[in-house]
Design a binder for this molecule. Structure first.
Ligand code: PLP
Length: 340
């Protein structure tokens, strides 16, 4: 069987999750009559200490809705150059919201307060208005790096001082929290909105939840409909999310241990140039020239391990629910067999 390290999005619902899905009570969510969607939204809002939440089909949609509701056309969003909202959402910030990006180069995708403050544009008729900061915790392209709480607090202070909003792209926020022990309420208290993914490490098949205050979510609900994201009997999907939040959070630690195991194996191979610091479930490493990612991925695939290129000489592994300890052992053996 293929060991699929492409992404933590490749997981299939477990038998118990499927049972929870089929047992869900459902209704038409566009009329807010789906009790399971309502329960998921209430659960997420309460978890992060916010007033309301909104279930959406994807993390791209929750992020894009947040950008739209927090900004006006001709504004700009300050974020790291590695941000998902900049790299992997098809330039949607310009398309949906008519805004620009002010890109910073943080440390593996992690920004700090002074860096953000220095980037804020003065209010001039000829400049975009810096109205929003987006932070990503953990940072995907940064190798799954965790935001230290003091950075989040410092960025929050800067945002308050300048009347700006702060959105957290928390697609993998649970991976961060199981490592740091920060509580969802502590993190929730520092940001205006959060998007969380249920279909990443948590193992649900579909879904993302946007969290914020009543007024923000009321507007977000309108934007979701405009984007075509108003779903009907979505409770079947929301039930998977509730199940995931109840059963798949603590086990993220296993994925992190597996990622460290892969990184340790890589560190002993002479064809690996360097490995980004591994803090959660993502391992990004560079190959020594003239090796290419395509060559190594081809060899790995022949040995039953699937992964993706993150650059011409860069490879990413992501560990998840469907990669158990035995598979990680086999992946390590496959790595040792590669001709570098
Ligand atoms: C996956 C991801 C998203 C959302 O992606 P979808 O595939 O649209 O659900 C957003 N932010 C980050 C950091 C991600 O890794």
């Amino acid at each position: 069987m293929i060991i699929n390290l492409l992404s933590d999005t490749v997981t299939k619902p477990t038998p118990d999750m499927q049972k929870a899905m089929w047992a869900a009570e459902v209704g038409d969510d566009v009329f807010r009559e789906d009790p399971t969607v309502n329960a998921l939204e209430a659960k997420c809002a309460a978890l992060f200490g916010h007033e309301a939440a909104l279930f959406c089909p994807s993390g791209t949609m929750t992020n894009q809705i947040a950008l739209k509701v927090h900004t006006r056309p001709l504004d700009e969003v300050i974020c790291d150059e590695m941000s998902h909202i900049y790299q992997y959402e098809v330039g949607g910030y310009a398309f949906h919201s008519g805004i620009g990006v002010n890109l910073l180069r943080g440390e593996n995708g992690i920004l700090d307060g002074p860096m953000v403050e220095a980037a804020i544009k003065p209010r001039q008729d000829w400049l975009p208005k810096s109205s929003l900061v987006v932070i990503e915790n953990t940072c995907n392209k940064g190798g799954g790096g965790i935001y230290p709480m003091e950075n989040i607090r410092a960025i929050r202070q800067v945002c308050k001082k300048h009347g700006m909003a702060l959105h957290l792209d928390g697609a993998r926020i649970f991976n961060a929290m199981v490592e740091t022990g920060d509580s969802p309420k502590d993190i929730g208290a520092e940001v205006d909105s959060i998007s969380i993914c249920l279909s990443k490490g948590l193992g649900a098949p579909v879904g993302s939840v946007l969290v914020g205050n009543q007024a923000f979510i009321a507007e977000a609900r309108r934007v979701r409909k405009a984007m075509g994201g108003g779903m009907r009997q979505a409770g079947y999907l929301a039930a998977a999310g509730i199940y995931a939040l109840d059963h798949h959070v603590e086990r993220l630690r296993d994925d992190h241990a597996h990622a460290r195991q892969l990184a340790t194996a890589l560190s002993e191979l002479n064809w690996v140039e360097n490995i980004r610091p591994v803090q959660t479930n993502i391992v990004i490493f560079d190959l020594k020239a003239p090796l290419t990612a395509a060559e190594i991925l081809q060899q790995l695939l022949q040995k039953g391990v699937k992964a993706s290129a993150f650059g011409p000489r860069t490879i990413r592994f992501v560990t998840h629910l469907d990669v158990g300890a035995e598979m990680v052992g086999r992946a390590v053996e496959a790595l040792r067999d590669v001709r570098g």
